[in-house]
Design a protein around this ligand. Structure first.
Ligand code: HEM
Length: 145
């Protein structure tokens, strides 16, 4: 079965299966999520599949939005960047960073992804194709551009 072939054995030069080149990821992609240009060499297929189906399962540092309810009855929402026993540094929607001492936090939610789960958008077969495409995004593939 095609999906079980090792990465790099399907499509590309010498094959009639058209494979989009990684350049599409950088030139057409937005800056909402992480750069996926080399994701195929950084993560395995199981991780890639999980991040498409259940984006909140593993969230790389600096992504994901958490909400902090403070003791002064205000709320702060943003991406946790750094956590120490004393404080959490959060990137706010305007890009500024705010250090919130833990002693001021009454309650907090776990970070959730802003990425939509792909199963509501793509068919399982298409999800499989996206995983195969992402797995090919490696430094070797980039050099061929
Ligand atoms: C077919 C389209 C998409 C693909 C193939 C894709 C793929 C991925 C992958 C593989 C990751 C994990 C990266 C890592 O852990 O280093 C990721 C994370 C992420 N993606 Fe997407 N993504 C897509 C669409 C979107 C859309 C539409 C959004 C936002 C509206 C988005 C926002 C994010 C964000 C913020 C992350 C960071 C981690 C997280 O919050 O889960 N992605 N994406």
């Amino acid at each position: 079965m095609r999906e079980n072939r090792p990465s790099g054995s399907e499509g590309g030069a010498g094959s009639n299966i058209p494979v989009p080149t990684p350049i599409a990821i950088t030139k057409v992609g937005s800056t909402v999520g992480p750069n996926l240009e080399l994701i195929g060499s950084q993560r395995d297929r199981a991780y890639l599949l999980e991040s498409l189906l259940s984006p909140s399962a593993t969230i790389p540092s600096g992504y994901g939005i958490a909400t902090y309810s403070l003791r002064d009855k205000t709320d702060v929402a943003g991406s946790p960047l750094k956590e120490t026993p004393e404080a959490i540094t959060v990137r706010l929607p305007d890009g500024k960073e705010r250090v919130i001492p833990r002693s001021e936090i009454a309650n907090q939610t776990p970070p959730v992804s802003v990425m939509p789960p792909m199963l509501g958008i793509l068919k399982p077969r298409e999800v499989r194709d996206v995983v195969a495409f992402l797995a090919k995004l490696t430094p070797q593939a980039k050099k061929k551009d």
